[in-house]
Design a protein around this ligand. Structure first.
Ligand code: ATP
Length: 346
């Protein structure tokens, strides 16, 4: 069994990529939300510009669709530097990385998406490059092999990962600045939607924006995608004006529920409650129960369910909170995690 995640998946599809290029904020000033990250990053960049040196390497972690690629592009824009984009899975051999590193221009920003999926030899080459701006090119094989050191231009590495915990410590430690991107608040997503609707020429009153924002799983990519689906609905079934009721009707049709949970989220919750009595249950058992890879459940569904207070991670496994039972229209057992105790004071 696998889920049709087109609409609400935080992963980008081809359609998204085209539109995202048009909607992507270009400068730090245009980037909405993540105020702490924005302020810290702004200092890092201004400091570097003042000193006329490449800034520290930057690591960004957070769920898909929260704006990591956008921020990497903004870093290059703010520094007035060229940008090279690659991803961990594309760096299978050290040679793949050496080819990029040895052709970087001075001050260039190198963005490696999904940096936790880079192959080990490439990773080891990166350590040296990040620290000493040097790579060792190994020539020959076996006992006769020699390493020829090659100087490379000072550059800034921007790494992005959905799971900072998976990065080996030596790699993590070489980043001077780590930005943790959190899910967006509803009012921030309303601002993302207001901006996107302006750029797309869509009539989006505040109450319509609010309805879409609260169902967007705290994720700008999803907000922008839902906006396009609601726009279709408004143009085909109404006069194009996106009212609150219209947005709600459109999103119900697309099976996005009032809290923005999608089918995978609901399947995970449903399995946790119906098959495991609310838990605790281990991640892999839960993943098997919904027919998904443990990584999908852990990276895609779980962070949002935890953030919504529906699931808790405990040392013994995943546990449903009282809110999870109520969300699926079921009565929580009396001793459930997070439920008010009948004989407690509060
Ligand atoms: N802070 C923001 N303000 C306005 N729009 C944003 C913001 N963050 C993201 N977006 C929008 O969401 C889209 C997706 O963002 P982006 O591609 O940067 O996410 P990502 O975290 O890199 O995702 P992935 O991990 O899948 O690559 C962007 O094209 C942009 O339109």
């Amino acid at each position: 069994m696998s889920f049709d995640r087109d609409l609400i998946s935080a992963q980008a599809d081809d359609n998204d990529l085209q539109i995202e290029a048009a909607l992507r904020p270009k400068s730090l000033g245009e980037f909405i939300g993540q105020s702490r990250v924005r302020e810290q990053l702004s200092l890092v960049l201004q400091g570097a510009l003042k000193r006329g040196k490449a800034p520290d390497h930057v690591l960004m972690s957070g769920s898909p669709g929260l704006g990591k690629t956008t921020l990497a592009m903004i870093i290059a824009y703010e520094l007035g530097a060229p940008l090279r984009i690659t991803s961990g899975p594309a760096l299978e051999r050290a040679g793949d990385l050496a080819a990029i590193l040895s052709t970087l221009a001075e001050g260039e920003v190198l963005f490696i998406d999904e940096i936790h999926r880079m192959a080990r030899p490439a990773e080891e080459m990166l350590y040296l490059a990040m620290e000493d701006f040097r790579v060792d090119i190994v020539v020959g094989k076996g006992p006769g092999a020699t390493a020829i050191p090659l100087e490379i231009a000072p550059f800034t590495l921007v790494g992005a990962t959905t799971r900072a915990g998976l990065l080996p410590a030596p790699l993590r430690d070489r980043f001077g600045f780590t930005a943790h991107m959190d899910f967006y608040e509803v009012d921030e997503l309303e601002r993302v939607l207001a901006r996107s609707s302006r750029l797309l020429g869509v009539d989006l009153p505040a109450d319509g924006a609010h309805e879409i924002a609260r169902r967007s799983r705290g994720t700008p990519r999803i907000a922008n995608r839902l906006l396009r689906r609601v726009r279709d609905f408004a143009e085909v079934r109404a006069d194009g004006l996106i009212t609150r009721d219209l947005a709600a009707a459109a999103l119900n049709l697309y099976e996005v529920d009032a809290e923005g949970l999608d089918r995978l989220d609901r399947a995970v919750l449903g399995a946790l409650l119906r098959k495991f009595g609310g838990g605790p249950v281990g991640l892999s058992t839960l993943a098997v129960a919904v027919g998904e890879e443990p990584e999908t459940v852990e990276v895609v569904a779980e962070p949002f369910l935890v953030r919504q207070g529906l699931v808790a991670r405990t040392p013994r496994g995943r546990v449903a909170t009282a809110g999870a039972w109520l969300h699926l229209g079921m009565t929580p057992p009396p001793d459930v995690f997070g439920a008010a105790h009948p004989d407690s004071d509060g």
